[in-house]
Design a protein around this ligand. Structure first.
Ligand code: SAH
Ligand code: SF4
Length: 346
């Protein structure tokens, strides 16, 4: 079953051959400018809407819908054809409304502290499935305007490269979102970062660093064995040089693992050499990783230490923990293999 959002304007126009061109325009305007479901595009006659819904059925089926933070955070679990589930999180802030989308069903990268990594990979998402998440959240956010899209849900966006690139192009070209409002977060697939740097895409890049020495990063992020810190550094430098944009590093603070003074020095050196911003995330609990997150006091000390070392650092506030919607907590509950991974401290 294929979502109508799978198609570019040209493709949709040819699929609707026989319809007058103003109908295609009405449909396109309803879908993209107004983010309406086909059935709600009332400029189109009801009979035609019904047949379009049959021709282009929704690719996401809501199986769970939960809210927290007094309604400011909402999470949906969607089931795809074939049974896999993905999760999408909508967050209302004072100054913006952000949707966090999944780029894959599960993730093959196996980061030890991440619930998605613990559960494993079950499939790639299509362009239509990622855009449908954005449109679904846009409708749910109304009357507020959904302003930001972050690829920080399930999956590694650069391991679904062509889809990620096409979704960003369309959100920019068809929906008018700018680079400041589109963020792709990657675990550090170095060659893909370099390729992305040459696409001329309007987007902000965030790299999940979590450790700035190879020994610790190998433990937390297995992909580091393939693209160690020096290789990643090269890719980040290429990104900055080609795009002229800053990048940010994400760092989930884990008690005794990457919140020590030594870790702070290593991070400060690495970030400074790339003039990167650091986003600190207090570690959110997951079933397969038993080390605790750093205390709130240590999180703030760590931030202050980075600031003293001349690094621009902020603490990301933790949304949606009570509904398992916070960073790293998204998992396919049905398939979750709960494993315990021993981690060396220090
Ligand atoms: N695969 C991509 C994007 C999805 S993860 C990536 O890894 O960047 C989004 C962010 O949540 C990443 O920075 C990831 O490292 C972080 N994260 C994963 N597990 C976490 C946890 N348990 N607590 C806090 N942040 C976590
Ligand atoms: Fe995948 Fe990102 Fe989780 Fe690592 S942190 S397992 S790359 S989703």
């Amino acid at each position: 079953m294929t979502s109508i959002y799978q198609y570019s304007k040209e493709e949709l126009t040819s699929l609707l051959e026989g319809q007058p061109s103003y109908r295609v325009e009405q449909l396109w305007h309803g879908l993209w400018n107004e983010a309406r479901h086909i059935d709600e595009i009332t400029t189109i006659p009801k009979a035609l809407r019904t047949s379009l819904v049959e021709q282009f059925p929704d690719s996401l089926r809501v199986v769970n819908d939960v809210a927290s933070d007094h309604g400011a955070t909402r999470k949906w679990v969607f089931q795809l054809d074939g049974g896999a589930t993905i999760e999408t999180v909508l967050m209302h802030y004072d100054d913006r409304v952000t949707v966090c989308v999944s780029s894959q069903a599960g993730c093959a990268m196996g980061c030890t502290f991440c619930a998605t990594g613990q559960a494993g990979f079950s499939g790639q998402l299509s362009v239509g499935q990622v855009i449908e998440q954005v449109m679904f959240a846009t409708r749910a956010a109304a009357p507020s305007r959904l302003s930001n899209v972050v690829f920080m849900g399930m999956g590694e966006p650069l391991a679904n490269y062509a889809v990620t690139v096409e979704v960003v192009r369309r959100l920019h070209g068809y929906r008018g979102l700018s680079a400041r409002h589109l963020t792709v977060s990657t675990v550090g697939v170095a060659p893909a970062i370099e390729r992305l740097a040459n696409e001329g895409l309007p987007l902000t890049l965030a790299v999940s660093l979590h450790a700035a020495n190879d020994e610790t990063r190998n433990e937390l992020v297995p992909l580091n064995r393939r693209y160690p810190l020096e290789r990643l550094h090269q890719a980040c430098a290429t990104w900055i040089e080609r795009t002229g944009r800053r990048l940010s590093f994400e760092w989930a603070l884990i008690d005794g693992v990457n919140d020590t003074d030594r870790a702070m020095d290593e991070l400060a050196d690495y970030a400074q050499s790339l003039s990167a911003h650091v986003n600190l995330i207090p570690l959110n609990p997951t079933p397969g990783y038993l080390v605790m997150g750093s205390s709130a006091q240590r999180v703030h000390e760590f931030r202050d230490g980075l600031l003293e070392r001349g690094v621009n650092a902020t603490v990301r506030n933790t949304r949606g923990r009570s509904i398992a919607a916070a960073c790293g907590q998204l998992a396919q509950v049905t398939n979750a293999k709960r494993r315990t991974i021993p981690v060396r401290a220090g």
